[in-house]
Design a protein around this ligand. Structure first.
Ligand SMILES: Nc1ncnc2c1ncn2[C@@H]1O[C@H](COP(=O)(O)OP(=O)(O)OP(=O)(O)O)[C@@H](O)[C@H]1O
Ligand SMILES: [Mg+2]
Length: 258
């Protein structure tokens, strides 16, 4: 299962990704969690020990590696470099593992379709392709607000894009924009996940204003998320409610994605 998570800033993408990671490992799966946020924080949401997170360097910042693999200096444009650099060893070599979850940070790079061809974007695109094509773990990608890391070439390999939305008109508006971007690159299987819901009225609002996407499930606004942040653990460990809601999402995914 390869799952990408997107949505407006601050809606709860990283929190949902971390919950899903533990839900899948609890069911006996290996998980590869990809942090595609330019300021990575998935490791903290996963409750990774501080020294493990501090030991990670986002791939986009590994200038030596990018140079070695592509033959070009990062940040330079034009020139000659390998369009298919070797990347298959990167997920195992440059990740950190904690409680069965492997975490890889991609870092900041412009990957838009606007003709940006630089060494680091070539490397990262190749890396995402190889992860989607070759890894046999459950892959969870925390995408920040967009689908920039996914191209048309790999969109077939994403089993589900989860678009996270709070019960607000704005976050549902952003969900509609992301849906459009996703359809532009032929991502087929899109779902909405309601986040930080407090009441049945919140759930109803999200369902009623979904941009034509099926609602896979809901995650409650839960004080455990704040408590987990302060205690440097994952919210999954503190809240049976969040565990049950996440398991319901995993079950719904299994039923909806062949
Ligand atoms: N289910 C929840 N209950 C309570 N608070 C939550 C919940 N989910 C997220 N939050 C809070 O909302 C804030 C944003 O959460 P999170 O980092 O998961 O969102 P994000 O969409 O990944 O944000 P960004 O766009 O900055 O990456 C955090 O302060 C987090 O503690
Ligand atoms: Mg985030």
């Amino acid at each position: 299962m390869k799952i990408a998570v997107s949505g407006k800033g601050g809606v709860g993408k990283t929190t949902l990704t971390s919950l899903l990671a533990y839900a899948y490992t609890a069911q006996g799966n290996k998980v590869l969690a990809i942090d595609a946020d330019p300021s990575p924080c998935l490791g903290d949401a996963l409750g990774f020990p501080r020294e493990l997170v501090q030991g990670l360097t986002p791939i986009a910042d590994m200038h030596e590696l990018i140079h070695e693999r592509t033959g070009a200096q990062p940040g330079t444009f034009g020139g000659i470099f390998k369009m298919n650099p070797r990347v298959d060893d990167i997920p195992d070599k440059y990740s950190a593992t904690h409680r069965g979850i492997k975490l890889l940070e991609l870092g900041a790079v412009k990957l838009g379709g606007s003709g940006c061809i630089c060494a680091e974007s070539v490397l990262l695109k190749q890396l995402v392709s190889v992860i989607l094509l070759q890894r046999n773990e459950v892959v969870l990608m925390d995408m920040y607000a967009g689908v920039e890391h996914l191209g048309r070439a790999t969109s077939d390999m994403v089993d589900a894009l989860l678009i996270v939305a709070e019960p607000t008109a704005r976050s549902l508006g952003t969900a509609a924009q992301i849906k459009q971007l996703a359809q532009d690159i032929k991502l087929q299987t899109l779902f909405l996940v309601g986040s930080k819901v407090q009441t049945q009225a919140d759930r109803d609002f999200i369902a009623a204003h979904s941009p034509g996407l099926p609602v896979l499930g809901y995650i409650s606004a839960d004080p455990a998320v704040l408590a987990a942040d302060r205690a440097r653990v994952c919210a999954y460990d503190l809240s049976p409610t969040l565990v049950a809601e996440t398991n319901a999402i995993v079950t719904a995914l299994k039923q909806s994605v062949k």
